[in-house]
Ligand binder design. Structure first.
Ligand code: ZN
Length: 207
């Protein structure tokens, strides 16, 4: 049990003690738990935003001006946890990675993926990557229009990858069978690759 710091009764999972209503310190929870959602890839983002707004309001520092320094610190911790969870659930890639990890897949996080660490690209994909590298060099030599054409071609492939991911998660949501997520794993690695590639083509920094 997690005891409330104030009333010492069971505090429950929410930011506020279920017995006395005092604000609790932020405890490690995954993004779905923070929003009291069961894990799903297909989320209604408008509903998620509404829930984020309501929760943010309850944790706003203004509400704790007259409370102690402890509660103000907890409010800040809880707000940070909430904002991180919101950012994670809003991103299809981060959401998918979270679901895969909690179903026993060793998917790297987006952060590690950016650095290319722990990337498990399908072997046949390396050829595609090499062809892209060459095409990018040629397009850069040719000019901005050629670069843009290459970018939109890569985006079309990314959309095909997204469609495979979408289907795998829909299967999992229907069956609850972790094996249904198998086809999504290599596609997520591709998705991270496409994101890095398009960033590079459009001259954005990698993070
Ligand atoms: Zn309490």
């Amino acid at each position: 049990m997690i005891a409330c710091w104030s009333c010492h009764k069971e505090a429950g999972p929410s930011p506020f003690c279920s017995a006395c209503g005092e604000l609790q310190p932020a405890r490690p929870r995954d993004a779905f738990q923070v929003f009291d959602l069961s894990p799903r890839y297909h989320l209604d983002l408008a509903v998620l935003e509404k829930s984020w707004r309501e929760r943010s309001k309850k944790l706003h520092p203004d509400k704790f001006v007259r409370a102690g320094a402890r509660q103000r610190r907890f409010a800040l911790e809880q707000t940070t946890l909430l904002n991180q969870a919101y950012k994670e659930l809003k991103s299809p890639l981060a959401r998918a990675e979270l679901i895969l990890r909690s179903n026993g897949y060793s998917t790297p996080t987006a952060e590690a993926g950016k650095a290319g660490a722990g990337e498990k690209l399908p072997l046949e994909f390396y050829e595609e990557v090499m062809v892209d590298r060459e095409a990018l060099d040629e397009a850069k030599a040719e000019g901005p229009e050629a670069v843009q054409a290459l970018a939109s071609q890569v985006l079309t492939r990314r959309d095909a990858t997204l469609a495979i991911i979408d289907r795998a998660f829909a299967d999992w949501e229907r069956s609850g069978d972790a094996a249904a997520l198998g086809p999504a794993e290599p596609e997520l690695a591709k998705l991270r690759y496409y994101a890095r590639f398009v960033d590079e083509v459009e001259g954005r920094p990698h993070d």
